[in-house]
Write a protein that binds this ligand. Structure first.
Ligand code: C2O
Ligand code: CU
Length: 452
C-alpha cells in the first residue's frame, strides 16, 4: 500500500500519505449515521504492514476539525517524529513522519496525541494498526494472511440520532455503553474456520480496561495462547483462560477453534473495577461463529515452544536501586498529575534525565483518583519487574516479553526496567487513560547525550 518507493543513498524508503478527514458511517443500528474523523476516511485508519529494517515516511495532512499530532505507539522514533503533544499540525498543514522500523516484529498502533484533545480525537476515529514483520517470526509458521486479524477494542456511547455523545467536557473517566471491535457496529460476529487464528488485541479505549475470555453456549471457556505483547513476541507462549488489558496495551494471541466445530463462541469481558462503570451490554465484545470446513490448512500447526530465542531482557548491575519514582494521582479540580506536575508547565514537566544508553529502574505508583492509570513510556521497551500494593501481582503474560505500557489499578506500585536509547532527546510518558492524559497526567523525560 505505499504510494511510492524512493531509493535514497541506495536504501529504499516507502512513502505513505494519510489525510485526517471527517466521514459518516452507519454504526448504531436503527439510528442515524455517525460522524467520525479518521485517517483517509476510515476508522481504524489504514493498516500498515511493514518489514523490519525497511524505512517508512508517512505524510499526515490535517483536514480535520482540530489540530493534530500523530504518535506511532511502540516505535522507537526519533524525538522529532514521535508526535510530541505540542508539536501540532494546524488545520491545512502536513508533516512527514519518518520511522526506522529498526526493531523486531511487533504489533503497534498510531493515534492522535494532540495536547488536551487526544481523548476526543481517538474516540472519534484517529487511531490505526501498524504491524512490523521480520524473517524470524515468518519462519515460525504462525497463522498468517486471512488468519491473522487485528481486533481493536474501543467503547462508545451514542445519542438517539446516531451521533456520538460528546466527551469533550469529561474530566474524570469516559467509559462507553457499547464495546466495539474495529469500529464496526456493536457486537459483530466473525465466521471462523475450525483451525488456528492469530488475533492481535488492542485496547484503544479512552478509559476502559478489559478482562477478556472466550466462552461457548455451555459456559465452557476456551483456553488460548498469548504469544506476544507490546514489544513483540514472547520467548515462550503463555496459555491462559482470560486476559486482562488496559488502554494502550496490546496482546498477540493464537486461538484454536478446531475443537469447537459448528459452535458459537462469545468473546466476553468480565472486568470489575469500582471506578469503571458497567452497562447492560459491556460484558460482551463479539461472537465467533465456527464453521465446519478448513479452506487452507497452512500455518496451522502447534504454536512453537520457542517463539523468540533472542528475547533480551534488560539487566542492571544494582538491580533493586530505584532510579526514578513517580506518583500518578489526581490533584485539585480534576487535574491529574505526575509527582504533582502538570504537562502544561514547561518549566517543571521534564521529570527525568536518563543518560543515553542507561538501564534504569522506575517505580510507578497509582496514588489516587478514580479510574485506572495505565502508564506508557515512549521510546522504550520495558520489563515489568514487580507489582505490589493491591490484590494482584504480576500476570504471567505481563512478564513473558517486553512492553511499552503497564496497567496500574488503584494503590498499585509497579517497577519497570528499561534501556533508555537508542536515541537521545525529549520524550513523553503519561497515563494512557486519555481523559487523564488530556488533563495533565503527562510529563517528559530527556534522554541526555553522552559527552564525547
Ligand atoms: Cu499511545 Cu503517548 O501514546
Ligand atoms: Cu490515569
Amino acid at each position: 500500500m505505499p504510494q511510492f518507493t524512493e531509493v535514497v543513498n541506495g536504501v529504499p524508503i516507502d512513502y505513505y500519505e494519510m489525510t485526517i478527514e471527517s466521514f459518516d458511517i452507519a454504526l448504531f443500528p436503527g439510528h442515524g449515521l455517525t460522524s467520525l474523523v479518521g485517517y483517509n476516511g476510515t476508522a481504524p485508519g489504514p493498516t500498515f504492514r511493514v518489514e523490519n529494517g525497511r524505512e517508512t515516511v508517512v505524510r499526515v495532512l490535517n483536514h480535520g476539525n482540530r489540530t493534530a499530532a500523530m504518535h506511532l505507539h511502540g516505535m522507537s522514533s526519533h524525538a522529532v517524529w514521535d508526535g510530541w503533544a505540542a508539536d501540532e499540525l494546524e488545520i491545512g498543514q502536513y508533516k512527514d513522519y519518518y520511522y526506522p522500523n529498526n526493531e523486531g516484529s511487533r504489533t503497534i498502533w498510531y493515534h492522535d496525541h494532540a495536547e488536551r484533545h487526544t481523548a476526543v480525537d481517538a474516540y472519534e476515529g484517529q487511531s490505526g494498526v501498524y504491524i512490523i514483520y521480520d524473517p524470524a517470526e515468518d519462519s515460525l509458521g504462525l497463522p498468517s494472511g486471512k488468519y491473522d486479524i487485528p481486533l481493536c477494542l474501543s467503547d462508545k456511547t451514542y445519542q438517539d440520532n446516531g451521533q456520538l455523545v460528546s466527551i469533550e467536557d469529561i474530566d474524570l473517566n469516559f467509559v462507553g455503553e457499547f464495546i466495539q471491535v474495529n469500529e464496526q457496529q456493536p457486537w459483530p460476529y466473525l465466521e471462523v474456520e475450525p483451525r488456528k487464528y492469530r488475533f492481535r488485541l488492542y485496547d484503544m479505549s479512552v478509559s476502559r480496561p478489559y478482562d477478556l475470555y472466550i466462552v461457548d453456549e455451555d459456559a465452557n471457556w476456551l483456553e488460548f495462547q498469548v504469544i506476544g505483547s507490546d514489544s513483540g513476541l514472547f520467548g515462550h507462549p503463555v496459555a491462559t483462560n482470560d486476559l486482562t488489558m488496559a488502554m494502550g496495551e496490546r496482546y498477540d494471541s493464537v486461538v484454536d477453534f478446531s475443537g469447537v466445530k459448528g459452535r458459537n463462541l462469545t468473546f466476553a469481558n468480565k472486568l470489575q473495577n469500582p471506578a469503571i462503570e458497567d452497562f447492560e451490554n459491556t460484558d460482551k465484545v463479539m461472537r465467533f461463529v465456527v464453521g465446519h470446513e478448513v479452506s487452507d490448512d497452512s500455518n496451522n500447526s502447534a504454536v512453537p515452544d520457542t517463539l523468540n530465542a533472542n528475547l533480551e531482557l534488560p539487566r542492571k548491575q544494582n538491580s533493586t536501586k530505584v532510579d526514578q519514582a513517580f506518583n500518578f494521582q489526581m490533584g485539585g479540580d480534576a487535574t491529574w498529575t505526575i509527582n504533582g506536575v502538570a504537562f502544561s508547565d514547561p518549566n517543571a514537566r521534564v521529570l527525568a534525565k536518563p543518560p543515553q544508553g542507561a538501564i534504569e529502574l522506575w517505580e510507578l505508583r497509582h496514588t489516587g483518583g478514580p479510574g485506572v492509570h495505565p502508564v506508557h513510556i515512549h521510546l522504550v521497551n520495558m520489563q515489568i519487574v514487580s507489582r505490589s500494593g493491591g490484590p494482584r501481582g504480576l500476570l504471567p503474560y505481563e512478564t513473558a516479553g517486553l512492553k511499552d505500557t503497564v496497567f496500574l489499578q488503584p494503590g498499585e506500585v509497579v517497577h519497570v526496567l528499561a534501556y533508555y536509547g537508542p536515541w537521545n532527546g525529549l520524550y513523553m510518558f503519561h497515563c494512557h487513560n486519555l481523559v487523564h492524559e488530556d488533563h495533565e497526567m503527562m510529563a517528559a523525560f530527556n534522554v541526555t547525550r553522552l559527552e564525547e
